[in-house]
Design a protein. Structure first.
Lengths: 468, 458
């Protein structure tokens, strides 16, 4: 039995970042983690997936090497090798978090934690023992989320022919055909990866567009690009039946009035994630859930049970690593009794999808601006008119800025194209500081850069675009 | 590089400060952020913090000494640095504050209490040899120092006089969007308090200022307005009869014509609820006073005519409920405020009340923590006072005096006698704004809350 100021249940990006901030503020901190530090992000999500996407991008690029005057032999790919590299990168990152814990003197308790009344936590340790620990200031539930299947259409994850992203990340070789169910960020990223590794990919989305949370124009541009690369995109498609066999799956689909049968080796279910709220004693502790099954928290991230807090995926969407990390920081500052804690600005969290072309956004989509009946103007600039994009031979996509008509407030920004996920942060900073489109334009952008497309899009929203 | 430490404006109304105690002595190493001294302002004892690092070379004000805001009180410099020039400079330039000071005041001035202490002080110090020419070039004392170039898009800069104190210079921190909104709406930024990092004025501050007419409450203590975003109060113009009542009654009894309403509540159920909560564990331990504060706040939300300020030519009914709670301190009395008390849960009120009382006794309250109440509660029950009358804290129009919880024999309707715990409250009402029946109806609502405490969770 040991006493800490704060105990985190779960060492993912919410919990481990929160723990580091707690330690920085002088609080004694412990993190209970059953798998490995870094959580889904480092072990089964962001990091390994991006490593595979890097392999995919490299393969695509080398296929065009001859255009750049670089001669290669025939390009072959090996998913197994890419997978092993991806696992190694993931392990390195996890070790990195362990190092950070040592540096900040954070106690890493290996095991499965449950709430044990008041601010106590009971841990079934990896070694098989049970220990109880006590928190002075608070227990933080940061248990994250997990993949889920679609049993309602007969797609229970069996880890052989019906898999989730978890299994996709450790396949030894790319299957010859694959249906990906769900075209959110995860679905689109794996479509990109397996397409590059020679799999015949069908991307299935029940909603009318892929990346349904993104701006419709961006989704349409990505659909065009995917189709050009021979990814079969089926939107507005409903799965009516699924026959799961040992060596493949037959899906019966309706899309509009059309009926379709699809025969694939593997189905990858990428239709959302479920919060990890089971088996941690939430009910007994009096922690209430929302209607959608997440832990209910107030603006200080406190649950309905005094002294118990929740952050990250388990505390509600958006289920993004960077949202969880910021919640961890904000909560740490509250727990340390800081008086001027800036609350999490949920209206200014960037979204990033790392398929090719990349997609990134912040703020409102044009559809949302319409729904809110805002008066707005749109500025757009295509990468095909950007010098740097042309030199790289990556001219797909555009920057789209939506500004308030009267005051020039940046209501939303949407980028599809090369390095979109990096470029978006100029607009994240601008919005956080309430810069208007004019300040973004006034800041001189170096030439030639991709960032010039951002400045030009803001100019276009003012009717002053220079290069088209 | 030598740094002058000046008496800072640590509260919005502070004009001078008394140095209570030096925490650093001459020769002590000082790091940026260290507490140099304790300073007594008009109501609280605040900390004067170092804005730069070095060695405290000279204390210019003895303990117990009083000096005006802006006057140098110490010098921080490197251990071997020659500070003679700086010393003769500060001692020579007695009253007219230097530009350094001006910036501090500007940022800490009238409406804009920065969230973090102003940073400008340390930066502005220059080595003595450079100081002389720049001072020579400065405008004659009394004239405001030259302002740095205003940022693009800033509304026509408010004149220094409007910003209070005729000591302009420095810049008002604000976002470009806030500046555009303000200039389009004709709002003077200097009258808006900022809630962004370092007191920066951002969009929500402009919106709040526009909603309230003027930027009134310091942003730090005022939580964001309810999502619906209605105005925070409504001004009711005085009718003739109201004016006559006000004048006649004031003539009769003094500036605030007060009357008193006493009621006795049955608190048996409330006491049971409290005992049941205590059994749930220490986290649920609340005091009788906490429950009363919660009940008063809930009742006030339903009786805006009592949740009001008398402003002479109008009555301001507040839409937000900020309850002041009188706390006895060795030096007298102070009334810290629980903001938006009607929207806070019992445990939250309890925790806040406890923290405020503790800080009040340590004299650590900041001015924004004890101003802005819309109604007050004074409780002497813990001192076994059965009943008393409290004096209204203007411009509030009412205060509730709470006595002790006492077992009392009660005759029931059937003539039987039972002993019940009872509690007496007396409400002092400003008759200019509140009539007898109005106050009585408020007490009726309060009675319902207190006698049926489960209503407090509804």
């Amino acid at each position: 039995m040991a006493t800490y100021d704060v105990i985190f249940l779960g060492g993912g990006p919410a919990g481990y970042v929160g723990a580091i901030r707690c330690a920085q503020l002088g609080l004694s901190t412990a993190v209970v983690e059953r798998e490995g530090l870094g959580g889904t992000c480092v072990l089964w999500g962001c990091i390994p997936a991006k490593a595979l996407l890097e392999s995919a991008a490299l393969a695509q690029r080398i296929r065009h090497a001859a255009d750049f005057g670089v001669t290669t032999g025939e390009v072959t790919t090996d998913y197994g090798v890419a997978m092993k590299r991806s696992r190694a990168v993931s392990q390195q990152n996890s070790k990195g978090v362990e190092f950070l814990f040592k540096k900040h003197k954070i106690t890493y308790i290996k095991g499965t934690g449950t709430l044990a009344g008041g601010k106590k936590v009971s841990v079934a340790t990896a070694a098989g023992a049970t220990e109880t620990h006590d928190a002075r200031k608070g227990v933080v539930v940061s248990t994250g989320s997990r993949v889920r299947g679609l049993p309602q259409v007969g797609l229970e994850i069996d880890k052989r022919t019906v898999i989730s992203s978890d299994e996709a990340l450790v396949l030894e070789k790319a299957p010859s055909s694959m249906a990906i169910v769900g075209a959110g960020a995860v679905g689109c990223e794996f479509a990109d990866v397996f397409n590059a590794f020679g799999t015949s990919v069908t991307l299935i989305e029940v909603l009318p567009t892929i990346l349904p949370l993104e701006d419709a124009e961006v989704a349409a541009e990505l659909t065009r690009s995917f189709k050009k690369r021979k990814i079969d995109v089926l939107t507005g498609a409903r799965i009516q039946s699924a026959k799961v066999k040992k060596n493949g799956v037959t899906l019966g689909l309706t899309a509009g009035n059309e009926k379709k049968e699809l025969q694939v080796d593997v189905v990858l279910v990428a239709a959302g994630r479920a919060p990890n709220v089971e088996g941690i004693g939430l009910e007994k502790a009096g922690v209430q859930l929302t209607e959608r099954g997440f832990i209910k928290v107030d603006e200080r991230l406190q649950t309905s049970a005094p002294g118990i807090y929740a952050i990250g995926d388990v505390a509600g969407p958006p289920m993004l690593a960077h949202k969880g990390s910021r919640e961890g920081v904000v909560l740490a500052e509250h727990l340390a009794g800081q008086s001027h804690v800036h609350p999490v600005n949920y209206g200014n969290i960037p979204n990033a999808t790392y398929c090719h072309p990349e997609v990134a956004s912040i703020g409102l989509t044009e559809q949302q601006c319409k729904e809110k009946k805002l008066e707005y103007k749109v500025g757009k600039f295509p990468f095909s008119a950007n010098g740097r994009a042309r030199t790289a031979g990556e001219t797909e996509g555009f920057v789209k800025i939506i500004r308030d008509t009267k005051y020039g407030e940046i209501l939303g920004a949407h980028i599809i194209g090369p390095h979109a996920t990096e470029l978006i942060h100029e607009l994240a900073v601008a919005r956080e500081n309430e810069f208007t489109v004019e300040e973004v334009d006034l800041a001189i952008h170096a030439h030639p850069t991709l960032a010039e497309a951002v400045a030009e899009a803001t100019l276009d929203s003012l009717g002053r675009v220079l290069h088209i | 590089m030598a740094i002058k430490v000046v008496m800072e404006a640590l509260s919005p109304t502070m004009e001078e400060g008394r140095l209570v105690k030096w925490h650093k002595q001459e020769g002590d190493e000082v790091a940026k952020g260290d507490v140099l001294a304790e300073v007594e302002t008009d109501k609280a004892i605040m900390e004067l913090v170092a804005r730069g690092s070095g060695v405290l070379r000279k204390q210019l004000l003895p303990e117990g000494g009083t000096t005006a805001v802006g006057t140098p009180v110490a010098v921080i410099a490197a251990r071997d640095e020659n500070i003679d020039a700086l010393l003769s400079d500060v001692q020579g330039a007695a009253a007219p504050p230097s530009q350094v000071v001006a910036e501090t005041r500007e940022e800490a001035g009238a409406n804009a209490i920065p969230e973090t202490p102003p940073q400008s002080q340390g930066e502005a110090s220059t080595p003595p040899q450079q100081k002389t020419p720049s001072r020579a070039a400065a405008p004659p004392s009394g004239a405001p120092p030259r302002s740095p170039e205003p940022s693009r898009g800033a509304p026509q800069a408010p004149s220094p006089a409007e910003r209070g104190g005729g000591n302009g210079g420095g810049r008002l921190r604000s976002s470009p969007l806030a500046r555009r909104l303000a200039s389009e709406q004709g709002l003077d930024l200097a009258r808006v308090s900022g809630s962004g990092p370092g007191g920066r004025i951002v969009k929500r501050d402009i919106q709040a200022a526009l909603e309230s007419g003027v930027a009134a409450a310091p942003a730090r203590r005022a939580p964001a307005a309810p999502a619906a975003g209605g105005p925070e109060f409504e001004d009711i113009p005085l009718t003739q009869i109201r004016k006559t009542i006000a004048r006649r009654l004031a003539e009769s009894i003094g500036p605030i014509p007060t009357f008193y309403l006493t009621a006795e509540f049955d608190v048996e159920r409330m006491a049971e609820m409290r005992a049941a909560m205590v059994e749930l564990g220490d986290e649920y331990r609340v005091s009788v006073n906490d429950i009363l504060l919660k009940a008063v706040a809930t009742a006030l939300a339903r009786h805006p005519e009592v949740n009001a300020h008398w402003l002479g030519d109008r009555i301001r009914q507040h839409h937000r409920v900020h309850v002041g709670m009188a706390v006895a301190i060795p030096q007298g009395l102070i009334t810290p405020v629980i903001f938006d008390a009607d929207r806070k849960g019992l445990l939250e009120i309890s925790a806040e009340a406890r923290a405020l009382a503790a800080r009040a006794r340590e004299r650590k309250l900041t001015p924004e923590e004890y101003t802005g109440a819309t109604f007050s509660v004074s409780n002497l029950g813990m001192l076994q006072i059965e009943q008393f009358t409290a004096i209204i804290n203007p411009p509030e129009v009412g205060i509730l005096a709470v006595g002790a919880m006492e077992p009392t024999p009660i005759v029931a309707a059937d003539g039987s006698v039972a002993v019940r715990r009872r509690l007496r409250v007396t409400m002092s009402c400003d008759h200019r704004a509140v009539d007898g029946a109005t106050g009585a109806r408020f007490l009726q609502t309060l009675r319902r809350m207190i006698e049926n405490p489960l209503l407090l969770v509804s």
